[in-house]
Design a protein around this ligand. Structure first.
Ligand SMILES: [Zn+2]
Length: 217
């Protein structure tokens, strides 16, 4: 899943107007932000295997530290605790931790059975929505645009740049997503890791956007 993680973070801003949108996006994306680093370190593996699903050619052969349910739970707890110590708000910390966990659940819907529950578990899970292009697009764009609509409806721009950032990131993410679905498969796994690291840039853009937009509540 790609756009859906962003959509959930955008929608969550209405629930916690005091939490920066950058933090919400960071939490929602966290395990995909860690994954490319682990790929480059050789701790996790992905194989390019065109045709393995209809939507993505990526075969996630080994990613226990970023994507096993237990590891995601630990990442969620860690980020939640750090956020609580930093901001002293248990409700917001719970939401931030919940967003980290939500990533696994959204991935579970679309991935073929490749998600382990425990890091060293041989059994893998996933409902495999990636085998239907229309269902995948409906889910990704559905969550993304619903979240975007909720966010757009509950904030307003303090300066022109607030609007530019909102629509610029939306356009860019949509273009990147469509290129990944309809474009050729990536040439090698290093490229996948570098593209994955690019998501850190969006976290920065959403922190910036948050400072340029104000919540109505
Ligand atoms: Zn993921």
């Amino acid at each position: 899943m790609f756009l859906g993680h962003y959509g959930l973070a955008l929608g969550a801003k209405k629930l916690a107007p005091k939490v920066s949108l950058g933090t919400l996006v960071f939490a929602s994306l966290l395990i995909d932000l860690i994954w490319p680093i682990l790929l480059l370190l050789g701790k996790e593996e992905v194989v390019i295997s065109p045709g393995i699903t209809l939507v993505t050619p990526l075969d996630f052969t080994n990613y226990p530290l970023s994507h096993s349910l237990l590891a995601v739970g630990v990442w969620a707890l860690l980020l939640g605790v750090v956020y609580f110590i930093w901001k002293r708000s248990s409700g917001a910390a719970l939401l931030v931790g919940g967003l980290v966990l939500s990533h696994w659940l959204l991935d579970f819907l679309v991935h073929r059975p490749d998600l382990p529950l425990l890091p060293n578990d041989a059994s893998r899970y996933g409902l495999g929505l990636w085998n239907s292009l229309s269902a995948t697009l409906a889910l990704e764009f559905g969550i993304f645009f619903l979240g975007l609509f909720i966010y757009w409806n509950s904030t307003h721009s303090r300066a022109r740049i607030g609007s530019i950032l909102l629509w610029g990131t939306t356009l860019l993410l949509t273009a990147i997503y469509l290129a990944s679905v309809f474009g050729p498969p990536p040439p090698d796994t290093k490229m996948i890791a570098y593209a994955g690291l690019g998501q850190w840039l969006f976290v920065g853009l959403y922190y910036w956007m948050d400072r340029k937009r104000r919540s109505y509540v």
